[in-house]
Design a protein around this ligand. Sequence first.
Ligand code: TMP
Length: 292
Amino acid sequence: MIKDWLRGVQDFFQGRNGWPLRRVVLTPRRGDFGQLVGCKGHEPLLWLVSELSSPKARYAELLWKAINDRVLHCLLETVHFPWINQEDTPMFVAIEGGEGAGKDLLTERLRRVCNPSTTVFTREPGGTPTGEKLRAVLLDPETDMGAEEELLVFIAARTALVRQVIRPALAEGKTVISNRFALSTLAYQIYGRERNDLLEFLRQLSERATAGLPPVHYVLLDVPPEIGLRRVKQRNDGETRFDAEKQAFHERVRAGYLQHYMDTNYGMAIDARQSPEEVFEQAIQRIRQWQQ
Ligand code: TMP
């Protein structure tokens, strides 16, 4: 239905009748259409209100008709609001990838264009008071931990996150976007640590921790470790226990991610050597497809 609306809007906007409206929205001045790109929350509505009360109010009637013709939806779509048809469609997306792949940047950009009342952002490990404490322990270069303890602590943090944040949000029909989730454990604790013997143990624990969740769509940001680790160094915000691992560890993590990507069909991979803008465009396009 939304597609039909948008098609109608597009026809209207591009056709003869849309000409005065095009003049209004394309004329550079206060409330310029160009400023709508990247705007947040209710700003498009405010913009329309300012249109209606501006000296160009002779266009008010036309604008009002246009709104009825779903132009508002066209505007929302144009300015990259990916959530316009998302009501009551719970969806769970994880942003995955190795060190320095650009997950934080992508998550931040998604946060800027998503409706805060229908989208919950979180991260792993973390996202709950307990999870954040466990995160500090897990990432601390001083922590001395074997592969088994490490796996268990990640699962403990995940169990808290699922119970306290993810499950309630999905039950309310919200979309959840998590900076890392279960795929990280497979890539780091199984492939990275070369502990294939822990795979069955992980599978059983994960089943318990994530029981009842819908399938997780994932966006895998793939970057060669030499590039990713260089980016981490340039960020200069402190090395974690994982950053400090040898390059071979990160090569295995990457291979684990890619293997999983090739074995499954519920995720997408993006070449994260590209610019953050290109990565964002590709990610948002796919997330929209998943929402439909
Ligand atoms: P990040 O927030 O910078 O990605 O840091 C989290 C670190 O924890 C990162 O190095 C990957 C690691 N990690 C695992 O090893 N296993 C996991 O299951 C998760 C969620 C993260």
